[in-house]
Design a protein around this ligand. Structure first.
Ligand SMILES: Nc1nc2c(c(CN[C@H]3C=C[C@H](O)[C@@H]3O)cn2[C@@H]2O[C@H](COP(=O)(O)O)[C@@H](O)[C@H]2O)c(=O)[nH]1
Length: 337
């Protein structure tokens, strides 16, 4: 299907809003959870602390502040920053199997690649990406699941070539300033973003990398407000949920917000792997989504209005700060987070 036919392509009917599906299905998981519980008192306590500590619940760390990210043409609405974020969030998963490897190594490695060669991440190059391509971006680390990561790059390159003239920004334009439509496009077109599973026979959606891609675009282009005209001024940015990864649950467990069964806690502390799609793994991720929704509501009751994205970013950066001093995170070998 060429880009000419794209306009004839009927997206999913509006009723299937992927972000609503994440909230609805994770609520059901939490109602039937056997291994993880939410401590409401701990959520209230955290909201009370955040409401008075001046942080307001949102992350103070801006996209450029860490120095990890590329965004040199964002100020002029250039497309290279968009391409960078697409590749970043195609590969933004499962760093823990390699000791010392972190998200920042991916972010920085891609930034250096683009600065060396602005065409390094073009759709034509992505469509033929190999393990060597990825090794060239991460100096000195053995990259886990490297063949899977190369496949995700080829998937992105081929889809951008087939439908969007090779330009990631045209895929974003197709979403017409809606984060929900962008998530729906990504999960419809790119199997690597279909972060979906089953819990006790019921389907459950997380869409972590699709959602974080939308949020990272918004952050990379300076968090443009709705109506500002920017391609990335998503009018529904507030509908995104938190991004169900492995760092935020580690922080929420440390804060007493997530409570694990003794058996699960023993597995996590013993660095035992949780199978992808297992009840334990799905319940950890679903409880995180609901914990952040609960925290957002508790902050709003204290007149602190903040999005789930900003709460997520504050928890994630806190996790990066204390991760070596708290109990380990859960370990699931996956391509979704
Ligand atoms: N929930 C959530 N998970 C996030 C991020 C980020 C990076 N986002 C920052 C970048 C720009 C913004 O300023 C954000 O602050 C990475 N991850 C996930 O963490 C996991 C651990 O990685 P590490 O500790 O390196 O091993 C891994 O699954 C990775 O995919 C986030 O924000 N939220």
């Amino acid at each position: 299907m060429s880009s000419r036919n794209l306009d004839n392509w009927v997206p999913l009917p509006p009723a299937i809003n992927p972000l609503t599906a994440v909230r609805r299905t994770t609520t059901t998981v939490c109602s039937n959870a056997q291994h993880v519980a939410l401590n409401q008192a701990a959520i209230e306590q955290l909201a009370k602390m955040w409401a008075t500590d001046g942080g307001g619940g949102g992350a103070s760390v801006g996209w450029e502040e860490t120095g990890w990210h590329y965004s040199e043409d964002a100020a002029v609405g250039g497309n290279l920053t968009c391409t960078y974020v697409f590749v970043l969030d195609c590969l933004n998963f499962c760093f823990w199997p390699t000791p010392g490897l972190e998200y920042e190594h991916l972010a920085f490695g891609l930034k250096a690649a683009v600065q060396r060669d602005p065409l390094a991440l073009s759709a034509d190059r992505l469509a033929v990406a190999t393990e060597e391509t990825i090794r060239g971006w991460f100096s000195g680390f053995e990259i886990p699941q490297i063949s899977e990561r190369a496949a995700k790059l080829r998937e992105l390159g081929c889809v951008l070539q087939a439908h969007f003239g090779g330009e990631a920004a045209l895929l974003v334009a197709r979403a017409a300033r809606s984060a929900a439509r962008l998530v729906r496009l990504l999960t419809c077109l790119l199997p690597g973003f279909r972060d979906e599973t089953l819990h006790q026979g019921r389907q459950c959606f997380f869409y972590k990398r699709a959602q974080i891609l939308a949020a990272d675009l918004w952050a990379a282009y300076g968090r443009p407000p709705p109506g500002s005209g920017s391609l990335y001024a998503f009018e529904d940015i507030g509908e995104l949920t938190m991004f169900a990864d492995y760092r935020v649950p580690q922080v929420l467990a440390h804060l007493g917000v997530l409570e694990y069964s003794q058996a699960l806690e023993t597995k996590i502390d013993g660095l035992e792997r949780l199978q992808p799609g297992s009840e334990e793994e799905v319940e950890i991720r679903a409880m995180c989504v609901q914990a952040v929704e609960g925290l957002r509501a508790a902050l709003a009751r204290r007149n602190v209005v903040v999005t789930s994205v900003e709460i997520d970013w504050r928890l994630w950066h806190e996790g990066e700060r204390i991760k070596k001093d708290i109990q380990p995170h859960h370990r699931t070998l996956t391509c979704f987070y």
